[in-house]
Design a protein around this ligand. Structure first.
Ligand code: NAD
Length: 306
C-alpha cells in the first residue's frame, strides 16, 4: 500500500532542507524510517549569508518525532562534504534530493554577471557536485535514486528569470543523461517542477493561493519516485503542486523532409514550413531523430522546388 511506503535502513540526503519544500521532504522521510541528512546553508533567498539554525531546527523536529537525522551546513557547491556526512553518520547513501535553491530575479537588461554566476553555481554546479559525490556509492551498491529540481520557469520561461530559467532547464538535461548512465546500475533519476508556498513564492502569490500550495502536497510524488519498489520511472519530468501531479514530455512535429542537395535553400524550406510545425501526428521522442533513416528517405526525394 502506497501509504505504507518506508525507507528503513536507507539514507536520504535532502539539500536545502532547512525550509520550504526541502524541510517537507526531510520531515517526511524522517517519519518513514530513513536516516536523513538535512543540508542547508541557512542563508538568505538571494544567496547571502549563512547559518546553521535552519538545518538544526529541522533535525530537532525529525528527532522529536522519533526519527534519525543529522545536519550539514555546507553549500551544495561542496557536495563531497554533504555526501560524506551521510557516509560518516549512517554508512551509506540511497537517495539524493537536489532541492537547494536561490533566486536572483532581475530583467535581462539589468542582469549582472554575478546574478548569472551565482544562480548557475547553486542550482547547476550544486546539483552536479552532490550527484557526482553520491555516484560512486550508487554504482557500487547498484542502487540509487536522484531527484533534481527544475521549475516551470525553466520549462516555459518566466519574465525576470533568465538566469534561473537557464539553470533549471540545465537540470532537465542533466537528469536525462544521469538516467541513461544510471539505468544499468539501478540508479533512477527524475526531475520535478514543483509549485509550493515558501519564502520563494510568498511575495509573488496571494495568501489564498499560497494556502492551497503546501509543500506537503509535493512530497508524495517525490516519495514514489525515490522508493525502491514502486517505480521504474527514470529520466522523466513531473509537475507537482496543490494536489496536481502530471508528467511532461517532448513532442516532435511531423516535420519536413527535404532533399539534401543544393536545392535545399531557405526558400524551399519555407515552402514546407507547415510540415515543420505540424503537430497533428506528433511523436514523443526520448532521443534525437533517427537521422540515418531520414537520410535514406531524403535520398529518394526529387530536388526541392525553389
Ligand atoms: P526555499 O527558499 O524555502 O528553500 C530553499 C532552501 O535552500 C533554503 O532553505 C536555503 O537556505 C537553501 N539553500 C540556498 N542556497 C543553498 C546552498 N548553496 N547550499 C545549501 N542550501 C542552500 O525555497 P523552496 O520554494 O522550498 O525551493 C526549493 C526548490 O524548489 C528550489 O530549487 C526552487 O528553485 C525550486 N522551486 C520552487 C518552486 C516553488 O513554487 N516554491 C517552484 C519552482 C521551483
Amino acid at each position: 500500500m502506497a501509504e505504507n511506503l518506508r525507507w528503513d535502513g536507507q539514507t536520504v540526503v535532502v539539500t536545502g532542507a532547512g525550509g520550504g519544500l526541502g524541510r517537507a521532504y526531510a520531515v517526511f522521510f524522517g517519519s518513514r524510517g530513513a536516516n536523513v541528512v538535512v543540508n542547508d546553508l541557512g542563508g538568505g533567498m538571494k544567496g547571502e549569508g549563512a547559518s546553521g539554525k535552519a538545518a538544526d531546527a529541522v533535525v530537532d523536529e525529525i528527532k522529536a518525532a522519533g526519527g534519525k537525522a543529522v545536519a550539514n551546513y555546507d553549500s551544495v557547491e561542496n557536495g563531497e562534504a554533504i555526501i560524506e556526512t551521510a557516509i560518516k553518520n549512517f554508512g551509506r547513501i540511497d537517495v539524493l534530493i537536489n532541492n537547494a535553491g536561490i533566486l536572483r530575479d532581475i530583467s535581462f537588461k539589468n542582469l549582472k554577471d554575478e546574478d548569472w554566476d551565482l544562480i548557475m553555481k547553486v542550482h547547476v554546479r550544486g546539483s552536479y557536485k552532490c550527484a557526482r559525490a553520491a555516484w560512486p556509492h550508487f554504482r557500487k551498491q547498484k542502487y540509487g535514486r536522484v531527484i533534481n529540481t527544475a521549475s516551470a520557469a525553466g520549462l516555459f520561461g518566466s519574465f525576470g528569470q533568465t538566469n534561473y530559467s537557464a539553470a533549471k532547464l540545465a537540470l532537465v538535461g542533466f537528469t536525462e543523461t544521469l538516467a541513461k548512465e544510471g539505468l544499468k546500475y539501478n540508479i533512477l533519476a527524475n526531475v520535478i517542477a514543483p509549485i509550493a508556498a515558501s519564502r520563494m513564492t510568498e511575495t509573488v502569490m496571494p495568501p489564498d493561493v499560497l494556502a492551497a500550495l503546501k509543500p506537503d502536497w509535493v512530497v508524495p510524488l517525490v516519495a514514489v519516485l525515490v522508493h525502491k519498489d514502486n517505480t521504474e520511472e527514470t529520466g522523466s519530468i513531473f509537475e507537482a503542486g496543490g494536489g496536481h501531479v502530471a508528467k511532461l514530455r517532448w513532442e516532435r512535429a511531423k516535420g519536413a523532409l527535404l532533399k539534401a542537395d543544393s536545392s535545399l535553400t531557405p526558400g524551399s524550406l519555407l515552402k514546407k514550413w507547415k510540415d515543420v510545425s505540424d503537430f497533428s501526428e506528433p511523436s514523443h521522442p526520448t532521443g534525437p531523430a533517427n537521422f540515418m533513416e531520414l537520410l535514406e528517405a531524403a535520398q529518394e526525394l526529387p530536388s526541392n522546388p525553389s
